[in-house]
Design a protein around this ligand. Structure first.
Ligand code: ADP
Ligand code: MG
Length: 338
């Protein structure tokens, strides 16, 4: 009897140790922080496949940074912007890691125009000439004159982006003088790609934060649902509220993210394509929660331009996102409270 008890307790200890080793292996955290696409990016992933997944994801971010760049002469976006009104072919190659692969550019251009239509032009990648005039591209900030903005507005309008979608290859054409930039959507897209790569690598739990574009996978090991704090845009270091997000993108756009001040006036980097001036809709920050980070990224930029009422209207119409808005007066308007 005594012997049986002894054997049972040894067996119990062995099972406990094996279970602990297993849990430890499954929950082991790997983290990588890089600087890409003009922002700090952190990927945290858990489990035995995490390191391999993160390594693959990081090289994909660097590849996308080049492919989607507006300033690098080798990118398709640069070619489109310098084509003097001529069509540019977007060759879609098979291997996604091919240097010449432009299928991401093609996918993003289509998604961008789709969201422009959905938001009645609040999101518009052809706003770039005006973003450039304000100096947001090179960090050489200035306030353009009213005449300059009026002139440049003639070169803005997503309706003029022509995407010819023939089978196998696609072409894009913008009028001479027009310029496009994927700055309002590219980080969201990169986060979706990172998530896909982590999943392909066998990772089950992860949190990706590409400069405010947060995307969660599975849960926070040992702690349950992922909880994402939303910064209070009106007071540095504070959290305005927290959202719970499982397998969701949580993307924030705010006037506090990138701005400059001139003669006591603050000018920020999200512009209203109808006026050419920083969007003043009464929103200080907006967070969009959706399945796709690409969609959430573009929609957060659009919502910032549209304001609370139109965002709420679109939320009822689309039904595929949630929003948390902090207004300039500090009020929180959210679809999550309903
Ligand atoms: P962040 O890049 O800080 O996360 P957003 O995703 O909101 O913020 O994107 C802002 C960037 O998008 C700007 O820096 C600019 O390049 C571009 N942009 C500005 N206004 C618009 C707009 N109305 N539609 C599309 N892109 C915009
Ligand atoms: Mg955005």
């Amino acid at each position: 009897m005594k012997k049986l008890k002894y054997i049972l307790s040894i067996a119990f200890v062995i099972i406990l140790v094996v279970t602990m080793i297993f849990i430890n292996r499954e929950n082991k955290e790997y983290e990588s922080t890089i600087y890409a696409m003009n922002t700090v990016m952190t990927i945290k992933a858990y489990g035995p496949n995490a390191q391999k997944g993160i390594t693959a994801a990081v090289s994909e971010i660097y590849r996308l940074e080049h492919e989607l760049s507006v300033t690098e002469p080798s990118s398709k976006i640069y070619e489109i912007n310098n084509a003097s009104g001529e069509p540019v072919e977007l060759v879609q190659q098979k291997a996604s890691n091919d240097v010449g692969d432009t299928s991401d550019t093609s996918a993003l251009l289509k998604e961008s125009v789709y969201i422009s239509k959905l938001t009645d032009g609040a999101f518009d990648i052809s706003i770039y000439p005006i973003v450039k005039a304000w100096g947001f591209t090179e960090d050489e900030f200035r306030v353009p004159t009213e005449e300059e903005i009026k002139e440049l507005l003639n070169m803005v309008g997503y309706e003029s982006i022509i995407i010819n979608d023939a089978t196998g290859s696609a072409g894009v054409q913008i009028p001479a003088g027009f310029m496009i930039d994927l700055g309002g959507i590219a980080k969201g897209y990169a986060a979706d790609r990172v998530r896909d790569i982590l999943v392909e690598s066998g990772v089950k739990n992860a949190i990706i934060n590409l400069g405010g574009n947060v995307l969660t996978l599975g849960s926070n090991p040992g702690l349950g649902d992922w909880k994402i704090g939303i910064k209070n845009p009106l007071s540095d270091g504070d959290i305005a509220t927290t959202v719970t997000a499982n397998n969701k993108a949580v993307v924030t756009s705010g006037s506090y993210e990138r701005y400059f001040e001139k003669d006591g006036v603050r000018y920020w980097h999200i512009l209203d394509p109808k006026t050419g001036y920083p969007a003043k809709s009464g929103i200080a920050s907006v967070t969009i929660i959706a399945d796709s980070s690409t969609y959430a990224d573009a929609m957060s930029t659009a919502s910032f331009v549209m304001g609370v009422d139109k965002t709420e209207e679109l939320y009822r119409q689309c039904g595929d996102f949630d929003y948390v808005i902090v207004t300039e007066s500090g009020k929180i308007c959210s679809s999550l409270n309903e």
